[in-house]
Design a protein around this ligand. Structure first.
Ligand SMILES: *Cc1c(COP(=O)(O)O)cnc(C)c1O
Length: 480
C-alpha cells in the first residue's frame, strides 16, 4: 500500500499558486492594490489552538495576500533597484528549501558547500575580480558590505599592531571611511554594525557626472593624516548609476595606505558585459567588492556577495573554531567566510542562475536591461511635459515632470513629479519610484529584470503618455 507524501498536497498548491501569480503578471496591475487595513484584516487572524492541513495553509495564504503582492517579478516594475527571478534560480531556491541544508560546514551540507565554492569562482571570473580573492555569500549587499568592511577593519588595524578580533575597538586608532556623498545607506549601517559609527563616514562632493574627483579624494586622504582609512568607491550609484574612475582613484588611495572597497550592488555587473565593462576599468585593483545576486543577476531575494582580495583578512575577521564543529581543510568551509553560523544554502540559486544564462546570457541580460532603460527614458522624455534629468549610462535614469500651470514653482514641479508617477502606479501599467536628486524630485527609471522587453517599454511609455495627456488641460486633476 503506497502512502501519500505529507509534502505533496502543500507543494502542489504552492506550485499552482506560484504559476498563477507569475503567469498573471502580464494582466495584473504592477503595484499592489490591497490597502494596509485590508491586509491586516485578512492576515491578522487569531492564532487558534488547533492547526490546519498544510495545503489549506497555502491556499489561505494565497487568498489573504491577493492584491498585496507587488509585480516585482515581472517586466514592468521599474522601482528602486529590484530584479526578478530567473526560472532556474527560482526552482533551485525551492529545492534549497526542500533540501534544508545548514550551509555552515561541509559536514552539515556536503553538496551545497561545493556548489558555493564553484559559484564564488564563477562569479569572480564573470565580474573580472582576482582569482584568489576570498568571498562570502550573504543575505544581500548590506551584509556583503559588513563582511568586506570587517576584513578591512581587521587588515588596517593589524598593520598598526592592533588585533581588533581580540581587543575590539576601544583604544584602537579611529577608522575613517571616505566616499563620494552619493553612497548608499547600507554603508552607514555597516559602519554602525562594525562599531565605527555613522560619524566615521565622510561624504565628499562629487562632480557633475556623480564621480569623486581625484583632487577631492587626495585632499581628504592628506587630511586623514596617516590614520586607517577605507575609501569607498561606487560602481553604479543608486540614482544615476555613476561609476567612479577606478583606474585613477584606486592607485591614489593605495599610495596613502587606504583600503579600497567598492559598492557595486548592481553596477559591478557591468563587468560581465563586453559593452559596458569599460565603465569599470581598473575596478579589479580594489581590496574588496560587494554586489547583489537578487538585483541584476535575477536570483530570488536573500542573495549578496562579498569579495576580498586579502583572503587572510577576511578569514581572520570571520572564522571560528569550535570543538563540536569538524573542520575540513580540503574544502571551503562557509562558516569561515560568512557572518552567519547556521545559514541557508543561498549559493544554490545563484549557481542555477549562472548555469541557466551562461556567460553570454549574463552579458545579454545586462545589455538588454540597459537598452530598455535607455528606450524608456528617451521614450518618456520625448513626450510633452517631461524634462530629461539623467539619460542612463547604465540601467538607471531620471525624469522630472514640470507642473504645466503658469508661474509654477520648483516646489510645484516636485509635487507634480510625485503626482505623475503616482498616477502611473494607480493606472497599474508600470511602477516607478521617485527620488530627490540634487534637491529636485525625480522619477527614477531602473531596469533590472530579465523579462523586460520592447513590449513592456512600449506599455510603460504609453501609460505615461496617457497620464500626461489627461493632465494637460486642467493640471490639478490627475484622478484616474
Ligand atoms: C541596493 C543597494 C545596496 C543595498 O543592497 P541590499 O541587497 O538591499 O542590502 C547598496 N548599494 C547600492 C548602490 C544599492 O543599489
Amino acid at each position: 500500500m503506497s502512502t501519500i507524501s505529507p509534502f505533496r498536497p502543500a507543494l502542489e498548491r504552492a506550485l499552482n499558486h506560484a504559476l498563477a501569480h507569475l503567469d498573471g503578471l502580464e494582466r495584473q496591475a504592477v503595484g499592489a492594490r490591497a490597502s494596509l487595513d485590508t491586509l491586516r484584516a485578512r492576515l491578522s487572524v487569531p492564532l487558534g489552538d488547533a492547526g490546519m492541513p498544510a495545503a489549506q495553509v497555502i491556499d489561505e495564504l494565497a487568498a489573504a495576500t491577493a492584491g498585496g503582492i507587488n509585480g516585482s517579478a515581472g517586466g514592468r516594475f521599474f522601482g528602486w533597484v529590484i530584479g526578478g527571478a530567473l526560472p532556474a534560480a527560482l526552482a533551485a531556491d525551492w529545492l534549497t528549501s526542500a533540501w534544508d541544508q545548514n550551509a555552515a560546514t561541509f559536514a552539515c551540507a556536503p553538496a551545497v558547500t561545493v556548489i558555493e565554492e564553484v559559484c564564488g569562482g564563477w562569479l569572480k571570473e564573470l565580474l573580472g575580480l582576482p582569482r584568489d580573492a576570498s568571498f562570502a555569500l550573504t543575505s544581500g549587499c548590506q551584509m556583503a558590505h559588513a563582511s568586506a568592511l570587517a576584513a578591512a577593519r581587521n587588515a588596517l588595524l593589524a598593520r598598526r599592531g592592533w588585533d581588533v578580533e581580540r581587543d575590539g575597538l576601544c583604544g584602537a586608532p579611529p577608522l575613517r571611511i571616505l566616499s563620494g556623498d552619493q553612497f548608499h545607506g547600507s554603508i552607514t549601517r555597516a559602519a554602525r554594525l562594525l562599531g565605527l559609527g555613522s560619524g566615521a563616514v565622510t561624504g565628499l562632493p562629487v562632480n557633475q557626472a556623480g564621480q569623486l574627483e581625484a583632487a577631492t579624494l587626495q585632499q581628504a586622504l592628506i587630511g586623514s593624516a596617516g590614520g586607517p582609512v577605507i575609501v569607498l568607491l561606487q560602481a553604479g550609484d543608486l540614482n544615476i548609476g555613476a561609476c567612479d574612475r577606478f583606474a585613477e582613484l584606486i592607485p591614489l588611495a593605495h599610495r596613502y595606505g587606504a583600503w579600497v572597497h567598492v559598492d557595486g550592488a548592481f553596477g559591478l555587473w557591468a563587468n560581465a558585459s563586453a559593452r559596458y565593462r569599460h565603465l569599470l576599468a581598473g575596478v579589479a585593483h580594489a581590496d574588496s567588492w560587494a554586489t547583489d545576486g537578487h538585483k541584476w543577476l535575477n536570483v530570488p531575494y536573500d542573495s549578496g556577495f562579498a569579495f576580498v582580495a586579502h583572503a587572510d583578512a577576511q578569514r581572520r575577521a570571520m572564522s571560528y573554531e569550535a570543538s563540536y564543529v569538524a573542520h575540513n581543510d580540503h574544502v571551503r568551509e562557509p562558516k569561515d567566510w560568512n557572518p552567519e553560523w547556521s545559514r541557508r544554502a543561498r549559493g544554490v540559486a545563484a549557481y542555477a542562475a549562472l548555469r541557466q544564462l551562461g556567460r553570454d546570457g549574463v552579458d545579454a541580460m545586462i545589455e538588454r536591461c540597459c537598452a530598455a532603460a535607455h528606450a524608456l527614458v528617451s521614450g518618456i522624455a520625448a513626450l510633452p511635459g517631461v524634462e530629461l534629468v539623467w539619460a542612463p549610462t547604465l540601467n538607471q535614469g531620471l525624469l522630472r515632470f514640470p507642473d504645466p500651470r503658469p508661474g509654477a514653482t520648483e516646489a510645484d514641479h516636485d509635487r507634480w513629479t510625485d503626482q505623475v508617477s503616482g498616477a502611473v502606479l494607480a493606472g497599474g501599467e508600470a511602477l516607478f519610484s521617485n527620488t530627490t536628486w540634487r534637491g529636485k524630485r525625480c522619477m527614477r527609471v531602473s531596469v533590472c529584470n530579465w523579462q523586460t522587453g520592447d513590449a513592456d517599454v512600449a506599455r510603460a511609455v504609453a501609460a505615461l503618455a496617457r497620464v500626461l495627456e489627461r493632465a494637460r488641460p486642467r493640471p490639478p486633476d490627475l484622478a484616474v
